[in-house]
Design a protein around this ligand. Structure first.
Ligand code: ZN
Ligand code: ZN
Length: 313
């Protein structure tokens, strides 16, 4: 497969998978051509288990090139995940009243962002925040049903931004009857599949129409029991949005990819990001449901978390 292999060695990388929380290392083969490496497997470890993925189409990179996986820190040689599976260790769980986490690296698929479900009308209407990278669609459906809900009650999916790990299964959920909500500045990417980073993840993407294109700074989605405020937070991408809901005395903020990465190649703008993070701080949320790092509470922890990323910008 790789005839010009010279030697195989392991690298220990500083790559921390947000929700898996420990380190990752890859087996790297160095070719005869100097300064070119191929990553052939990646191991993800958590405190309780580890998952090894053998990459069926090894990717070669020059030393020093640092492609990134969305939502995680740059890795030294770049890893394109082409295949593999992950152990699902956890099912969906309740975050707060009417708020659940139904997907994420530990729950549905290692490529997924955290996927949140809000019961906005006593089970009659449900809203999903993001849809994962795509291949976990069935698992997400199973997890929603495991909570006792019917997926036919899914009325909206809010796509927080146009990156593959958040929008992969949008088209499938739309087929079930859910309306897709996104900011108009990211809608073209969601509808075309251009610039969403699917190539980094090695997963196919089915372009998906956006039914509710938000423009401007905010949009309210009113439901029988809860009102969701969609807030434009450009920075990570031009059309990134956060979702805010006051539920049972707690202010819950769904702030996907607050941590970035903030890179021009991803459509990021650090100046706008700074303003957006300040806007999020001013909301004084009690619970933060983040896109890859999970859930933060109480309010002081939310503040610390956002301030930490604001300082890095
Ligand atoms: Zn992400
Ligand atoms: Zn992203």
């Amino acid at each position: 497969m790789l005839p010009s292999l010279k030697r195989t060695h392991r690298i220990l990388s500083p790559f921390r998978s947000p929700s898996l929380s420990t380190m990752t290392f890859g087996t790297v083969v160095r070719r005869r051509v100097p300064r070119i490496v191929s990553v052939v497997s990646v191991t993800y470890s958590t405190s309780s288990s580890s998952t090894r993925m053998v990459i069926d189409k090894p990717q070669s990179y020059k030393f020093g090139v640092k492609p990134i996986l969305f939502g995680v820190k740059p890795i030294p040689f770049g890893v394109k995940i082409c295949s593999g599976s992950t152990e699902v260790k956890e099912m969906a769980r309740k975050v707060w009243q009417d708020v659940y986490v139904v997907g994420g690296p530990d729950i549905s698929d290692m490529l997924d962002c955290c996927v949140y479900l809000i019961d906005v009308a006593d089970g009659d209407e449900l809203v999903l925040i993001d849809a994962g990278a795509g291949r976990s669609f069935r698992t997400l459906v199973r997890n929603i049903e495991h909570l006792g809900f019917s997926v036919s009650a899914l009325s909206h999916v809010v796509a927080t931004h146009a990156h593959i790990d958040h929008i992969g299964a949008l088209a499938r959920f739309r087929e079930l009857g859910a309306k897709i909500v996104a900011h108009e500045l990211d809608a073209a990417a969601i509808e075309s599949g251009e610039g969403i980073g699917a190539e980094f993840y090695g997963v196919p993407y089915e372009p998906c129409p956006v039914d509710v294109k938000m423009s401007g700074d905010a949009l309210e989605l009113k439901f029988r029991k809860h009102t969701l405020k969609i807030i434009h937070i450009p920075g990570h991408t031009p059309g990134s949005v956060a979702v805010l809901a006051d539920i049972a005395g707690r202010r819950v903020l769904f702030g996907q990819d607050i941590h970035g990465p903030y890179m021009e190649a991803l459509g990021s703008d650090t100046r706008l990001a700074r303003r957006s993070l300040e806007k999020l701080l001013a909301l004084n949320a009690d619970i933060l449901c983040e896109g890859h790092f999970g859930i933060y509470q109480p309010a002081s922890a939310v503040r610390r978390y956002i301030e930490g990323y604001l300082r890095r910008l």
